[in-house]
Design a protein around this ligand. Structure first.
Ligand SMILES: [Zn+2]
Length: 287
């Protein structure tokens, strides 16, 4: 796509074809893709429709942005890294690639509705880090529907205890689900019993094509460990959200269009605000 086509698409998504000039209420505009502005045909007011979106304050051409989004949304079942983006696309620096990926993850994390899993679910916990004295441990809880839409859910939990597990189960599982988990993990069985959730003990009869939560969690751990020099706790959930997004949005075109829409409708100020949170680096346990 040319810069003009990308800009036109973003302006349409930004205003949903309901643009009216803030000065004179006129709706006829000229597009100036080279300066990323629109001009009111009536009063000549200049407006930068992207400046307060996640496409704002960026020197990356819009066409390259679209290529990055394409790369992210067409990479299901793997943790995509800034290194891949830097190597596969024509981007000035690793840092620029990292920032672009971080914004895309933010857009997904803040816009994609949180789902509640239904039916029969496989559930597991993976401890990924012990980080100093403040928290004993940090885990990823993984759950996948093994029938129907086969949707995935991955959530970072600090120091899983009765309270936050209860909260997690209430938020992420529909009523009347049936859960299958590793019979060796007695504490998980206890969580389920305490929360009055039905259980089944075996997944054997689901056959060879069955996408086990255990394999997904191992993949995620491998991706985190290999793709990132340092991973900070504050970015972990958005990395998981992006993985889940590409896993659950199996139609690549829909996923691609969704991310572009999320990016143009997310405020840069919200992103900046979240970036001020302190980083706490994790040392990921290989297992
Ligand atoms: Zn005007």
């Amino acid at each position: 796509m040319t810069e003009k086509e990308c800009f036109e698409k973003l302006v349409k998504l930004r205003y949903q074809e309901l643009f009216s000039c803030p000065v004179c209420r006129n709706s006829d505009i000229w597009l100036k893709p080279d300066r990323r502005i629109i001009i009111c045909k009536n009063c000549r007011k200049e407006i930068s429709p992207l400046s307060d979106s996640l496409f704002g304050r960026s020197h990356i051409p819009l066409g390259t942005w679209f290529d990055i989004i394409y790369l992210v949304t067409s990479s299901p079942d793997r943790v995509i890294t800034a290194k891949t983006i830097f190597e596969e696309l024509d981007i000035g620096s690793y840092r620029t690639a990292w920032e672009a990926l971080n914004k895309i993850r933010f857009a997904i994390s803040h816009n994609e509705p949180r789902i509640k899993l239904k039916g029969v679910i496989e559930f597991d916990e993976m401890v990924i880090s012990g980080i100093g004295s403040e928290y004993h441990k940090l885990s990823i809880l993984g759950a996948i529907e093994i029938e129907g839409e086969k949707r995935l859910c991955l959530e970072m939990i600090k120091n899983p205890d009765e309270m936050n597990i209860k909260d997690y189960l209430r938020k992420r599982f529909s009523r009347k689900v049936t859960v299958i988990t590793d019979p060796d993990k007695l504490y998980i069985l206890n969580w389920l019993v305490l929360n009055r959730i039905n259980q089944k003990s075996s997944i054997k009869h689901y056959g060879a094509n069955f996408m086990s939560i255990h394999i997904i969690l191992q993949d995620v751990r491998y991706g985190l460990k290999n793709g990132h020099h340092n991973i900070s706790e504050k970015y972990l959930q958005s990395i998981l959200d992006e993985y889940v997004f590409t896993f659950n949005n199996k139609d690549r075109n829909i996923a691609y269009e969704k991310v572009i829409k999320y990016m143009v409708n997310t405020k840069m100020s919200e992103y900046k605000k979240s970036e001020t949170k302190k980083r706490r680096f994790l040392s990921i346990i290989l297992g």
